[in-house]
Write a protein that binds this ligand. Structure first.
Ligand code: HEC
Ligand code: HEC
Length: 491
């Protein structure tokens, strides 16, 4: 072999080694900066874990933290009014960096995902000037989930969603390192924009269908179309948010408004998946299911334990005790069979023809979706088997009833007083989402300038918004209704 060819070979070997080294460094940087997942922040109390902890939604569905932070400042016009994310009914709590229901985890870079509390934590006040009370596990009647999604999508569709605008705004708050600035400029910002625009295409089906409004979502159509790959149909599944308290006492009952699954663990796991957790994350979390050390245990198990035991707050206003006692007798004869713990039909699916409420939510859930969900976890330890198709709505226990307003599966009746009226006398239009409570009608205030400013209009003539059916107690004399309402306050 000649000397030149040996030298050339050595040179190429050196080039090869340098290339491999550079690739390894680049690979290492890519891994650390884009994919390395740091442990989720630990919260000492189960309540804080529920409010702020991670349920694995950050990696795929999360928004980069610094982008998330500056969007309301760059695009305030896409929010209903000033105030940042709070204008969407997203709740802040003193002493916490993140709002309730939004979790922050570093997967390469800090990302913001949602957790259970964004839909399962409420706020209420007695008077407009009062400091609001936040109630974990209560239905989030004030939150505009669809508005939050639409806000992110509107930002991504705006030409100002670009590196110079976003990095300029970030630099007013925080000094990113030179390497991070390069990564944000050339990768994270354009990828985020592309991801959000993809989400916009995937959620095109929402357009033209009845708005969710405050305190409601269409929880299963996104799962059907995006996760279970079911064909897009014309159904409307708008559902009122539900409370997650006291679930140990709900054991054996059907969960979800239509009773689609009676197994709490499956409902908890599928909720996390539906909100954007990956199957891989759920696999990892399930391996820790039986660990009892709060620092090591499964996040979802910790949440399941919490919602099994946490109790609803008592009705905070005066109750007329003698009237409530009379009301109990009326409840026992007219309602208890379907609503009292231990009632013969409590927690079961009451056929649609019998209950007579708006049936859109029932028809949204198809037998194709049932089969697909029961197959979705095949090969995983948590494989689902309890999803089913029903034809009715569950006669839910009424624990914490005062905070479940507005009422029925689609939130179509603002107060208990209205629910005891015949459908034609129930309000046809009202505003949902305002947090001042009305102890006279027993529900939130749903009219007047404040409610109209803070809430969204519920129009019962829109598909999926109907307020018919559930005719129990409507013919009672006024005096008996008053007594029954006093009793219902104590539930
Ligand atoms: C984006 C809003 C949203 C998020 C996030 C969310 N849920 Fe829900 N959840 C709902 C709605 C709405 C329902 C009622 C759905 C229906 O049946 O139509 C519901 C129903 C439930 C139920 C059934 C309760 C009953 O009594 O029937 C359970 C349990 C539950 N969710 C647990 C969770 C857990 C655990 C998480 C977090 C891992 C979670 N949810 C996250 C909106 C949400
Ligand atoms: C035959 C069973 C049955 C009887 C009797 C019955 N209900 Fe119901 N109730 C249901 C069902 C089913 C639902 C859910 C319907 C829906 O959301 O579309 C419901 C829903 C409710 C809700 C709304 C709960 C929420 O979280 O939004 C209230 C309040 C209520 N019932 C009160 C009463 C009262 C008061 C009586 C007695 C006067 C009564 N019900 C009698 C079956 C019954």
């Amino acid at each position: 072999m000649s000397r030149t060819s040996t030298r050339r070979r050595r040179m190429w070997t050196a080039v090869g080694i340098v290339t491999i080294l550079m690739a390894a460094i680049a690979g290492g940087v890519t891994y650390v900066k884009f994919f390395r997942e740091l442990p989720a922040p630990y919260f000492a109390s189960d309540e804080e874990h529920f409010l702020f902890g991670s349920t694995g939604t950050e990696a795929e569905q999360g928004v980069p933290y610094w982008i998330w932070l500056v969007l309301p400042r760059i695009f305030p016009e896409y929010l209903p009014r000033p105030g940042g994310y709070a204008a969407l009914g997203i709740l802040g709590k003193d002493g916490h960096e993140m709002p309730v229901g939004l979790s922050k985890v570093t997967v390469g870079f800090p990302r913001v995902g949602i957790n259970c509390a964004v839909c399962h934590t409420a706020r209420w006040r007695e008077k407009p000037g009062d400091v609001p009370t936040i109630v974990p596990a209560a239905p989030a009647h004030q939150t505009g989930e669809q508005e939050y999604l639409r806000f992110l999508l509107a930002c991504a569709s705006d030409p100002r969603f670009n590196a110079s605008t976003i990095l300029g705004e970030i630099s007013r708050n925080y000094r990113l390192s030179a390497l991070d600035r390069i990564l944000y400029r050339f990768a994270i910002i354009p990828f985020t924009r592309r991801g959000l625009l993809r989400m916009k295409r995937d959620s095109q089906w929402m357009e033209g269908r009845t708005e969710w409004g405050r305190g409601r979502i269409d929880p299963f159509n996104p799962v059907k179309f995006s996760i279970l790959r079911q064909p897009v149909d014309q159904t409307i599944g708008n559902s009122d948010m539900v409370p997650l308290w006291n679930l140990k006492r709900h054991e054996g009952m059907a969960f979800h408004w239509d009773g689609m699954n009676p197994n709490l663990k499956e409902v908890v796991l599928s909720s996390a998946l539906g909100d954007g957790a990956t199957r891989r994350w759920v696999d990892r979390d399930m391996r820790k299911w039986d660990n009892t050390d709060p620092r090591q245990m499964s996040s979802l198990r910790r949440i399941q334990n919490y919602i099994s035991d946490v109790q609803p707050p008592k009705y905070p206003f005066a109750v007329n005790a003698p009237a409530a006692q009379q009301g109990q007798a009326i409840f026992d004869s007219a309602c208890a069979a379907c609503h009292a713990f231990g009632g013969a039909r409590t927690g079961t699916v009451i056929p649609a023809a019998e209950i007579g409420t708006d049936r859109h939510r029932i028809d949204m859930w198809t037998s194709g979706s049932v089969a697909a969900y029961n197959e979705y976890g095949e090969g995983h330890d948590w494989d689902f088997s309890a999803f089913r198709k029903t034809d009715g709505y569950v006669s839910v226990p009424l624990d914490g009833l005062w905070l479940r307003a507005p009422y029925l599966h689609n939130g179509s009746v603002p107060s208990i007083t209205d629910l005891l009226e015949p459908p034609e006398r129930r309000p046809k239009q009202f505003w949902r989402g305002y947090d001042v409570y009305d102890p006279v009608k027993v529900g939130f205030v749903t009219s007047g300038p404040d409610a109209e400013r803070e809430g969204t209009l519920h129009d019962t003539s829109r598909p999926g918004n109907g307020n018919a059916g559930h005719l129990y107690g409507i013919d009672l004399p006024a005096e008996s209704k008053r007594a029954l309402i006093e009793y219902l306050k104590t539930q």
